[in-house]
Design a protein around this ligand. Sequence first.
Ligand code: BES
Ligand code: MN
Ligand code: ZN
Length: 491
Amino acid sequence: MRVSFASLSLPKSGAVIVGVKKDKTLTPAAKELDKLSGGAVKRALSSGRFTGAKGQALEIVAPSGLGNSRILLVGMGKGLNVLEQQALGGRILARLNSVGETAATLIVDDGAEDLAAAAAQIAYGARLKNYRYDRYRTKEDASKKPTLRTLAIRVDGFAKARRAFAMYDKVADGVFFTRDLVSAPPNDLYPESFAAEAKKLSELGVKVEVLGEKQMARLGMGSLLGVGQGSRRESRLVVMRWNGAARNKQPVAFVGKGVTFDTGGISLKPAQGMEEMKWDMGGAGTVSGLMKSVAGRKAKANVVGVIGLVENMPDGNAQRPGDIVTSMSGQTIEIINTDAEGRLVLADALWYTQDRFKPQFMVDLATLTGAIIISLGHEHAGLFSNNDALSANLLAAGEATGEKLWRFPLAKEYDKMLESAAADMKNIGGRPAGSITAAQFLQRFVNKTPWAHLDIAAVAWSSKEKDTVPKGGTGFGVRLLDNLVNEYYED
Ligand code: BES
Ligand code: MN
Ligand code: ZN
């Protein structure tokens, strides 16, 4: 879909989209269309439920006196906030695609204080919604495919809208990269092929290094390597760096769990729903998408992304419950359950990141626990942190982008639940507070560095369609973390 911006005027063909405010109050463009169509807009408003409330829509197909295929009236209530503007864009896109429209023009002439900014947000919402993973659909009926080719936005101050959208467009590129990775089947996306995808970010100026098993063994990453030990696929650690600020400026770092498939290992998961564990690399997917977004929009920040890529399989060589591994930090871990593998990957990835980059802060993302789904449902990701200022910034970025977080406690009583009789710690703390003990485990691999852990197990994938997010891989976290970097850590 091509998105373009131009000055105010009504289009002669295609669909035209105009706003209606609370109590059927017409915007200037809606009034104009009413006049040109001999009162078709007012007639349409005189029957039915449409009042111009937020979220409502009403179509007038083939209006007489006009060359347009349809008029789409969209409700704006008393005006829309930023997230509502994005949602409107997403809903408009979905509707035009479902009716088979190929060209549409949206008029933004009322209903917001800054119309150019609103136009950019609506376009961004449409762009975010305009995603499908269809690489493996070979026999799809044309009548089911999306049709919209061009979305023209007409607004006063269109140059400003175009500039604002250009930045969001890059963030959307990052979100789509994440969705592609998360949606990919696990026979296609395994540690090596994931690393090859990450390598492509070098086209945008990201420096990408890929560490193999030998290098990781030399670094002492026994915790990460133990997880991949049962797989025919070799594990990888990928380091991505975007240097957009002065060389001497301390970077910010993001670390992702990249389990390209999680069978549970010898502590095998039940068959029902196991296919979902193809997206157990969601944390790594988000970190990769974030790197694409900050590089794409040339963020004035030094950003490091580290992803631990492994496949967790049962095998004659797989790790056993009872095994004890030594992590890069030197701490030993007794494996009680081989299905608590994400934390084992992150233990070495976090340690490596703080040790090598001495970042201002580290944020890790992981589809870490089923327990977080029980706690929060699919509406928030879990936030765990050793630092209140970082937490406050993350919570604010979540509110601003609609990718919401909810903070959980950390405390020594929870940490105690990880004590082992045989090693420095066990890899599980038992059923109670399962998401918290997982975070406590991670904290043992973080020194004084400000750190936050986002448990995204409930939000990386969606079985329901949302306004700006189709079903499937959501790309959760790219917008949130891009906003965090943009708002608080750029020069
Ligand atoms: N990848 C899973 C967590 C998960 C579950 C993600 C459902 C997305 C949806 C993780 O590796 C796991 O298996 N966690 C176990 C931990 C337990 C063994 C302590 C869990 O949550 O059951
Ligand atoms: Mn697991
Ligand atoms: Zn897992």
